[in-house]
Design a protein. Structure first.
Length: 169
């Protein structure tokens, strides 16, 4: 992923550098408007290449492809985000999630509505066992704890370098 993005950024840099060389030449010939236009065009070319390159990196940052791998969720399926929070996960899932062992920017909301999050992995383990249908997006560390310390019945649906998607077995 990084290599694909780097190729696009390098290409954008080469295009912008070439255009900048032409801009320097036009500046010596007193064509100020042409120089400014070329600088803007070079900047735009670089940014467009960088954006195209980011598309190779996007699967690592977004849950879009992970959500596509899920079986159709029942209305009573509990959805958890354990030890991590990916803002794209509830968006692509079109559901709210219960945060587990994660606070960060949600501290105020969690203090006001403590029933909408789970503070510890111990509490999560009990809740997971009680649920009939459940899925969870987890950090790798949280997954290792869930399997190792709690032996929770989970089946891995997908793994990325940042997270693991599981369903209850």
């Amino acid at each position: 992923h990084y290599r694909a993005m780097a190729i696009w950024v390098l290409a954008g840099g080469m295009i912008a550098g070439s255009i900048s060389a032409v801009a320097v030449w036009t500046a010596t010939t007193s064509r100020r408007m042409s120089t400014l236009t070329l600088i803007a065009a070079g900047s735009l070319a670089f940014l467009l290449c960088a954006m195209f390159g980011y598309q190779a990196y996007a699967p690592l940052r977004s849950s879009h492809d992970l959500v596509k791998l899920l079986p159709e969720l029942k209305s009573d399926t509990a959805v958890f985000s354990v030890g991590t929070y990916d803002q794209t996960f509830p968006f692509y899932l079109n559901r709210s999630v219960t945060l587990v062992a994660y606070v960060d920017e949600f501290a105020l909301g969690q203090r006001q509505e403590p029933d909408k999050s789970i503070a510890t992995l111990d509490e999560f383990a009990e809740r997971w066992k009680q649920e009939r249908h459940a899925i969870a997006l987890m950090s790798h560390g949280s997954y290792e704890q869930a399997i190792g310390a709690f032996a929770l019945p989970m089946q891995v649906i997908a793994r990325t370098p940042r997270r693991i998607l599981v369903e209850k077995r």
